[in-house]
Design a binder for this molecule. Structure first.
Ligand SMILES: [Zn+2]
Length: 455
């Protein structure tokens, strides 16, 4: 049986060769088919990424889905956002994407949907319980293949009629973005250089995770060499975007979100935008200055997606590069679509990408700093840090402690997925950054030492 540990907050994921055996994955398929049928219906879209283990997992999962009685529409090897798109367009009852996303090559996993929402948290645990108790439907389902790429490329390609030709370098990192982006690019007014478009589950060029700066080195070189306006990278399954400007500076998720928000606010005054607690203060201040409504929310993409709907926001985004456009789109995270939106902004501005950030205040930030802390203690520790700082500072406690200092902030929060505490800092000077960091680290160390262990 599959180990409970692979049933995680946002997906079901493990080392393919040791944790995802054929027979177990088949039972998982039957459980997912049962779950989706009981909550929505029997029509399920199935996609997979280009990882070496994906064909094997696909065959096993498909057997299980059919055994549950599901009517499967198999859309083949596609980016994760095309799985979402297929569920919306074909109006199926759910979908399953076989993907390891940006994780190391030996991993693989399953992202699932009922109707238009992603399974997460307790819903994923429920699937595990159904396997454990053998509470599974059986039937004789069916499978048919379907080309979703053609309608997708037609729809997205025809919705961006910009004037100025943009020079861009794309880096698909040997993930699934390449073939679809290649077709899409033909419909757009761009001059594109294509890096690592061959799908290869060994990921020979670099790891397909654009949030890690060293993975952007080749893109940076190519952007300079081609004198491009910008460079865009995709993660392994294309639900996360990374961007660099023409000078090679990385534009992180929060500032990307701001670039998109500013454009939207020219058309939709007062629009709402959702960022996470890790995002720069510049994002929130600038949206407010422009008359928009910024909301700082909890980290975690299913949470952010739910908040997007609840607040009727135009856009939500994460540091990791997940961008959820409701404005002119369906509200799911699609890095190919996000790339088109960025190209549109750059085209219309008549200038390279750096022009979009030139007027923003210069801030100094740390990357995410991770501190080990056992799962059963991490929330207690964070609660103590919140209480401690509340005595002396303003603390935003929607997700951990975001301590507001005079010229910056420091964040301590418990990871949803690992036994760690995550910290991040921002300030107007390197000296203040160090000062705030030292202050928070001292309090954290004291409170961590003082937190009683659960018996
Ligand atoms: Zn991904």
């Amino acid at each position: 049986m599959l180990a409970q540990t692979i049933f995680r907050e946002y997906d079901i994921r493990g080392v393919a060769d040791t944790e995802l055996a054929d027979a177990d994955v088949q039972v998982l398929g039957q459980a997912l088919g049962t779950y989706i049928a009981r909550h929505a219906g029997k029509k399920i879209c199935l996609g997979r990424d280009t990882r070496l283990s994906s064909p094997r997992l696909h065959d096993a999962l498909l057997k299980g889905l059919i055994a549950s009685g599901a009517e499967v529409t198999d859309i083949g090897i596609v980016p994760t956002p095309l799985l979402y798109y297929s569920v919306y367009k074909l109006k199926t009852d759910g979908g399953v994407m076989i993907t390891g996303s940006h994780n190391p090559a030996e991993f693989n996993g399953f992202k699932s949907m009922t109707s238009e929402t992603s399974l997460h948290g307790e819903e994923i645990q429920r699937v595990f319980q159904m396997i454990q108790s053998g509470d599974l439907d059986s039937g004789s389902g069916s499978v048919k293949e379907y080309d979703i790429v053609t309608p997708y490329v037609d729809e997205i390609g025809s919705s961006f009629p910009w004037d100025r030709k943009v020079k861009v370098v794309f880096d698909a990192g040997n993930g699934v973005a390449g073939p679809v982006m290649h077709k899409l690019a033909k419909k757009l007014n761009i001059e594109a250089t294509e890096l690592f478009y061959e799908m290869d589950g060994h990921f020979p060029s670099h790891h397909p995770d654009p949030t890690v700066e060293k993975n952007l080195a080749q893109l940076r070189e190519a952007v300079k060499e081609k004198k491009a306006d910008l460079g865009i990278a995709f993660d392994g399954d294309s639900d996360r975007i990374g961007a660099i400007d023409e000078q090679g500076n990385v534009i992180w998720g929060d500032i990307l979100l701001l670039i998109y928000a500013r454009e939207i606010l020219t058309r939709k005054p007062g629009a709402t935008f959702i960022g996470e607690v890790k995002c720069s203060q510049v994002l929130y201040d600038e949206i407010e200055r422009l008359g928009g409504r910024p909301i700082m929310y909890r980290t975690g993409h299913s949470l952010i997606k739910a908040k997007l709907k609840e607040e009727h926001a135009a856009l939500a985004g994460e540091m990791s590069g997940h961008m959820f456009f409701s404005d002119r789109y369906y509200g799911f995270d699609d890095a190919l679509y996000a790339a088109c939106r960025l190209l549109e902004i750059v085209s219309k501005s008549g200038k390279p990408l750096s022009a979009q950030t030139a007027d923003l205040p210069k801030m100094f930030v740390t990357p995410e700093i991770r501190v080990d802390c056992p799962d059963d203690l991490k929330f207690d520790v964070v609660a103590r840090v919140v209480e401690r700082f509340k005595k002396t500072h303003k603390v935003i406690d929607i997700d951990g402690a975001r301590v507001v200092f005079e010229h910056g902030w420091g964040l301590v929060r418990a990871s949803n997925t690992q036994p760690v505490l995550v910290m991040r800092f921002e300030a107007t000077s390197p000296e203040l950054l160090e000062k705030y960091k030292a202050e928070v680290e001292t309090v954290l160390a004291e409170e961590q030492a003082a937190t009683p262990a659960h018996s």
